[in-house]
Design a protein around this ligand. Structure first.
Ligand SMILES: CC(C)(COP(=O)(O)OP(=O)(O)OC[C@H]1O[C@@H](n2cnc3c(N)ncnc32)[C@H](O)[C@@H]1OP(=O)(O)O)[C@@H](O)C(=O)NCCC(=O)NCCS
Length: 301
């Protein structure tokens, strides 16, 4: 096995690898076909990550040069995010995942590493915890078919964020959660590919009360990342984001199981649980004081 950085000519091969890895794992372990038969939607993942974090994908190749594994990493001011990690089904359990993760741990040096993984996947749970990752937060991935005529009762407190808001959003997350990811919020606010939404709610004095990003990509509409000072603000952000941008869409988002008000409201809208997940850290894990919604795109911790 050889490790190297992803080369541009490998982008489609990588999209196929991510699809077959996730699809085979979920069909054989969870009896779920939710990743479907098409690999093309995973081009979005590769394209987004290559524009957000160019050159930050480690791939594993077999002796014939075929891709057998990949892991994206996302260097940020305070840490390195990790994901998505995928190994070809023919190589499951052969040490490819460990080799990829050890390389990213080497690249990260002194920086903590942060990731979200499935709590229903003992293979990834074992891989990460054997390397020293410690689960911090349990999450539930919920899905909702947003009615075509919207979700009644949404507030009008939310406004679209601009580039000028980006430093304050990054500082807000640093103050509440001890991590900083300005590059992500700049990417969403610039919205060069028109696949992103970024919104804020402010207090009477103009200071931030919370923010929420969302991906409208056809590969899978989803909410997150977002941080708010309290559950009421996050609930208002989620409600208005769904009502304003996702009418008639099937949307997924991650909820910390401990946020009982958000969970109760999600059930009241009719959400279904898709999977449970763990947010884990290798290294220093600052306390998270904010109500925090991570996401699968981008998995920047
Ligand atoms: C999860 C995944 C990346 C793991 O990669 P892999 O190459 O199969 O994993 P490895 O063989 O390198 O390592 C697995 C480790 O877990 C250990 N392990 C596996 N099952 C275990 C168990 N039940 N208890 C304890 N340890 C276990 C193995 O012994 C090995 O540890 P070691 O290297 O210290 O011996 C791979 O299964 C995959 O691609 N799955 C589908 C996509 C996916 O789920 N991605 C993760 C998204 S977060």
């Amino acid at each position: 096995m050889k490790l190297q950085r992803l080369q541009p000519h490998q982008n489609d091969e990588l999209a196929r690898l991510i699809h077959t890895s996730l699809d085979t794992w979920h069909r054989t372990r969870l009896n779920s076909d939710r990743f479907g038969t098409a690999w093309e939607p995973f081009r979005t993942t590769v394209e987004v990550y290559e524009s957000l974090d160019p050159g930050c994908c480690v791939v594993a190749m077999d002796d014939a040069g075929a891709l057998i594994g990949s892991a994206f990493f996302h260097p940020r001011e305070t840490h390195v995010g990790v994901g998505v990690v995928s190994v070809h089904p023919s190589a499951f359990g052969c040490g490819v995942g460990r080799a990829l993760m050890e390389e990213i741990i080497r690249i990260a040096g002194d920086q903590p590493l942060r990731l979200v993984s499935s709590a229903m996947n003992l293979d990834s749970f074992s891989l990460y915890t054997r390397l020293g990752f410690v689960p911090q937060v349990t999450l539930q991935a919920v899905t909702l078919d947003v009615p075509a005529d919207g979700l009644p009762g949404a507030s009008t407190r939310m406004r679209a964020a601009t580039i000028a808001d980006v430093p304050a959003i990054a500082d807000f997350e640093l103050r509440l959660n001890g991590v900083r990811k300005e590059q992500d919020y700049r990417f969403f606010a610039e919205n060069k590919t028109d696949g992103w939404r970024l919104a804020v709610i402010e207090k009477a004095d103009g200071a931030l009360a919370g923010f929420l990003a969302a991906s409208t990509h056809a590969s899978g509409p989803q909410l997150g990342q977002g941080v708010a000072e309290d559950e009421a603000t996050m609930q208002a952000l989620v409600h208005e984001m769904l009502d304003r941008h996702f009418r008639g869409k099937h949307v997924v988002w991650l909820l910390p199981v401990g946020c009982s008000g958000l969970v109760r409201q999600a059930y009241a809208w009719g959400t279904r649980n898709r999977e449970t997940h763990l947010f884990s850290v290798l290294g220093e894990a600052p306390p998270m004081h904010g109500i925090t919604l991570p996401t699968f795109l981008p998995e920047s911790g």
